[in-house]
Design a protein around this ligand. Structure first.
Ligand SMILES: *Cc1c(COP(=O)(O)O)cnc(C)c1O
Length: 457
């Protein structure tokens, strides 16, 4: 499956990997045997590996590369800020211009009433911050028993202890005795995988009703918040049936609990709106952000918080929480410039009116392929379900690892698609143009053909 290595540097780097590097989300034995693909440079929507192969990055790095690789403006913003003030903290009643200007710039585009930002170094830290802030908030409101956070199976909320606990990934929970107490999960609105004989709309209502059932089971006096991604990303680009969010909104309106939207993937334009919550008409109390905030040029995350919550926190003395790099000035300067580019080049509007409709139309042409059971997508997000039987949605036996086979063909033919089980997912840079979308779809079809030839024999 792996291509021959011609550049001696590639071998050297692969040896360094084997001997010294502990990589995230990797099988160490397999990685040592095969060696990592070494990515050396990038421009626009393309990457190059150390063997000189050009690769269309249909995953935007890891969902983050909104404005495209090779943006000199972001390089300049970082360099200028490093010369002026490379670091100062925002603890103990200090601040600096970039963090304040960024907080305002985010409030300007966030949904109504969400006007305050707590900065972190990552999305995981944003969700850790959420958990602590939510419990602190309810304690200040005189309801200290409201501690439980309801999340969803197969959600992804990061990899710290709280992030992985909030997430619903079984493979993560199995390692390290997770979830921590006080976090419970309900089924996900994944119709293709779990909808059985129900119609998508029936299943959407059923999945939403699981929230009400869980609230009643745990007790309203114990439930602090519900957290959800508008569209589950790492779980497999799971787009809830149209009936799901309206029913969730009804349930949330009925009970006194906070609504947290994890916007780490959907935020900053991926759905064609600034936030996934705007796309669905949801009005969360808090939103976790990261990834597209800086287009991944530097690490930064945060939590956007509703005014009414801040009014309560204002009465609470010190909030004993923070990170050395909360609001890091270089990250803030890069984020500000990234938001300026998104705004001034009207990238989010272009996604909404032009490139996302085109991507979605072209992607759906793949539905006629013999391996494909469903193609779905919203904005610059897409999923292709690989199945043995199109009509019954029956999967291939898991030993065949059809998703990984397909991913291998993609990588070897100049396309990065990710495999979540047998679901192929994409999340290209927001700046991808129509010609590049044509290339993406053509390559995807070619790799589906290669996969079909391999698994159907
Ligand atoms: C990536 C991701 C996170 C975690 O962000 P990190 O920066 O990796 O900590 C949290 N939530 C969602 C929805 C994500 O996709």
């Amino acid at each position: 499956m792996s291509k021959p290595v011609n550049n001696p540097k590639t071998r050297e780097w692969q040896a360094m990997s084997r001997e010294h590097h502990l990589a995230p989300f990797s099988d160490y034995q397999q990685l040592a045997e095969v060696g990592p693909r070494i990515i050396t440079k990038a421009d626009g929507v393309y990457l190059w590996d150390s063997e000189g192969h050009k690769i269309l990055d249909a995953m935007a790095g890891l969902w983050c590369m909104a404005v495209g690789y090779g943006r000199e403006e972001l390089v300049e913003a970082a360099a200028t800020q490093m010369r002026e003030l490379p670091f100062y903290n925002t603890f103990f009643m200090t601040a600096h211009p970039p963090v304040l200007e960024l907080a305002k710039a985010i409030a300007d585009i966030a949904p109504k009433g969400l006007n305050h930002v707590f900065f972190t170094g990552s999305g995981s830290e944003g969700n850790d911050t959420m958990l602590r802030m939510v419990r602190h908030y309810w304690a200040l409101k005189g309801k200290p028993s409201k501690k439980v956070i309801i999340s969803r199976e197969n959600a992804y909320h990061g990899s710290t202890v709280a992030g992985a606990s909030l997430g619903g990934m079984k493979g993560m929970h199995e390692q390290g005795d997770l979830p921590i107490p006080g976090i419970v999960h309900i089924p996900q609105p994944y119709w293709f995988g779990e909808g059985g004989d129900m119609s998508p709309e029936e299943f959407g209502v059923w999945a939403a009703n699981q929230l009400e059932q869980k609230i009643l089971e745990v007790g309203v006096d114990k439930v602090a918040a519900f957290i959800a991604e508008p569209i589950q990303g790492a779980g497999g680009v799971i787009i809830p049936p149209d009936s799901y969010w309206p029913r969730i909104r009804e349930i949330l309106a009925k009970y006194d609990i906070l609504f947290v939207a994890d916007e780490v993937i959907c935020g900053f334009g991926r759905t064609g709106e600034w936030f996934g919550s705007d796309f669905y008409g949801n009005a969360p109390d808090m939103m976790t952000i990261a990834k597209g905030l800086t287009s991944g040029y530097v690490p930064m995350g945060g939590l956007i918080v509703r005014d009414e919550i801040v009014e309560v926190l204002n009465q609470g003395g010190d909030f004993n929480h923070g990170f050395t790099y909360s609001g890091h000035p270089v990250a803030a300067a890069v984020a500000l410039e990234n938001l300026r580019i998104l705004r001034e080049e009207k990238i989010v509007e272009r996604v909404k009116t032009e490139t996302a409709p085109y991507l979605q139309q072209r992607l759906r042409e793949l539905a006629d392929h013999p391996l494909v059971g469903e193609v779905r997508g919203v904005g610059m997000l897409g999923a292709i379900e690989l199945v043995k039987d199109k009509a019954t949605r029956e999967r291939f036996p898991s030993e065949l690892s059809v998703g990984m086979v397909c991913r291998g063909h993609c990588f070897n033919n100049g396309l990065i698609m990710r495999a979540v089980g047998d679901t192929m997912i994409i999340s290209p840079p927001l700046v991808i143009n129509k010609a590049e979308i044509d290339e993406l779809v053509a390559k995807a079809r070619q790799c589906l053909d290669l996969t079909a030839a391999e698994v159907l024999g």
